[in-house]
Design a binder for this molecule. Structure first.
Ligand code: HEC
Ligand code: HEC
Length: 416
């Protein structure tokens, strides 16, 4: 029987996550319906912190030698496109890298970003950090359909998982791509009136008032000036460092020459699911055409995949560009770690991956902006019509994209 790893995370919310290490079985996630208010943090960490600085309430634990964020080894299949020419939509993950020349990841920069990411002082009443809605155990998403902000209000859409955010070719962020860069994006939740409720004028003093920050800014930027531009750069470096490369998929991939070969470490069903993802059959578009590269990143420009017949309350990219032809289009995050972060889609409408596959199988709607790939030659919505075996296989395949090391790796964890 597989080991069951149970992690109890407890900060402002009590969450129990049980992850079956058997990759053929979906992660089981149990959550209380209501958040518990300020459950005291429990930790079973026995190790003496190597360096610690405390303020009134919390202790910061950082390793003496910084973790490696700047040169995370990427597998060959991230660096090189090894799909055949018959899949012209394919690219290497690295071809989609959105790291700007003026903000490369450094170990010290991402370390500062990690501290900021977990610091509740960045919210107006000191209760919420980025990690409140982007939880490591859930691949930096939120198991709740909508997330709760600093004053108890709910976000409008489902939180986006952050693994491989670095590999989205146009470098735009949010479901509606309203942030042009990650450096711009990371300051937006801080100022959002539901999420963290802070303004930039109060942010800098809130950060400056904590005695450990000047040294971290010094290490990251060469002097201890604290400003919102540097806060943004550091947060963006940390987010871009969250790269997932250690899943069952990666292990199998390293043993074959082509992503289309069956993987020796995959079950029959997982290999069938991979085949269907890349080649679902005559007159059906590959899932891979819109979830491309071996980082499985969303298609650019963003698409409508027919969730609804019309868009009324959430126009997606249409809200950002003001164009009718963009209504109902949404950015797709990387499918890496997808099994860890239900519910699915921008509004979290599907609770399980089976429901997602069922949707593609029979419920794609004729939205006016439905992507042409999802239409037949008469312009109508296609349906994949997978049988039970195929549906199970696709779910089994999507589960192979889970990276259990990423979600327990200390370098991405709460340093407080
Ligand atoms: C109260 C919950 C909440 C907090 C706090 C929060 N986020 Fe988010 N985050 C969300 C939601 C919800 C979305 C999706 C919103 C949308 O697209 O309209 C999101 C989207 C994102 C994205 C976009 C990912 C992508 O691929 O486009 C990034 C990056 C991100 N958040 C980083 C952060 C950072 C960094 C912080 C802290 C400074 C933070 N978030 C704080 C809920 C939150
Ligand atoms: C025409 C492009 C296109 C094709 C083909 C396509 N998808 Fe998608 N997919 C999208 C878009 C766009 C979204 C995000 C939609 C939203 O949230 O509004 C998405 C979302 C998803 C999600 C949820 C992502 C999340 O973070 O919640 C999964 C899982 C998924 N697709 C799997 C598949 C599978 C499996 C197939 C093949 C059977 C497939 N897709 C085919 C465009 C496509």
């Amino acid at each position: 029987m597989p080991d069951i790893a149970c992690l109890l995370l407890s900060r402002s919310k009590a969450l129990a996550l049980c992850t079956s290490m058997a990759l053929s079985v979906s992660a089981c996630i149990q959550l209380p319906e209501e958040f518990e208010d300020d459950t005291p943090q429990t930790t079973n960490e026995q190790n003496e912190p190597e360096a610690s600085v405390s303020d009134e309430s919390r202790t910061l634990n950082l390793p003496v030698t910084t973790f490696n964020y700047a040169n995370i080894p990427l597998p060959q299949h991230y660096l090189q496109n090894q799909y055949p020419a018959s899949m012209p939509f394919q690219s290497a993950a690295m071809d989609n890298d959105n790291t700007p020349d003026n903000n490369p990841i450094s170990d010290a920069g991402a370390t500062l970003g990690r501290v900021l990411f977990y610091d509740t002082r960045l919210s107006a009443n000191g209760t919420v950090s980025c990690a409140s809605c982007h939880l490591q155990a859930f691949a930096f998403s939120d198991p709740n359909r909508l997330s709760r902000g600093f004053a108890g209000g709910l976000t409008r859409r489902h939180s986006i998982g952050l693994s491989n955010a670095r590999f989205y070719a146009n470098g735009k962020f949010f479901w509606d791509e309203r942030a042009d860069t990650l450096e711009q994006q990371v300051l937006m939740p801080i100022q959002d009136e539901v999420e963290m409720g802070m303004d930039l004028a109060s942010l800098v003093p809130a950060v400056s008032s904590q005695d450990f920050y000047p040294a971290l800014f010094m290490d990251a930027f060469g002097d201890n000036t604290i400003n919102s531009d540097r806060i943004a750069r550091a947060l963006a470096q940390f987010v871009r460092s969250i790269v997932s490369t250690r899943s069952l998929y990666d292990v199998g991939r390293a043993q074959v020459n082509s992503p289309l070969d069956d993987f020796p470490n995959f079950s029959r069903s997982q290999n069938l699911g991979k085949r269907l993802f890349n080649n679902p059959g005559a007159n059906l578009p590959p899932c891979a055409a819109c979830h491309a590269s071996e980082a499985f990143v969303g298609v650019v420009p963003a698409a409508n995949n027919g969730l609804d017949r019309t868009s009324r309350t959430d126009l997606g990219i249409g809200e950002t560009t003001g164009r009718r032809t963009d209504e109902g289009k949404f950015k797709t995050p990387s499918l890496r770690n997808i099994a860890l972060r239900p519910p699915f889609m921008h509004d979290g409408r599907f609770n399980t991956l089976s429901e997602v596959i069922q949707f593609y199988s029979r419920d794609i709607e004729n939205h006016p902006n439905l992507h042409p790939l999802l239409r037949d030659n008469r312009g109508r919505a296609i349906h994949y019509r997978f049988n039970n075996d195929e549906r199970r296989a696709l779910v089994a395949f999507l589960n192979t994209l889970t990276d259990f090391e990423l979600i327990t790796d200390e370098k991405y964890s709460d340093p407080f």
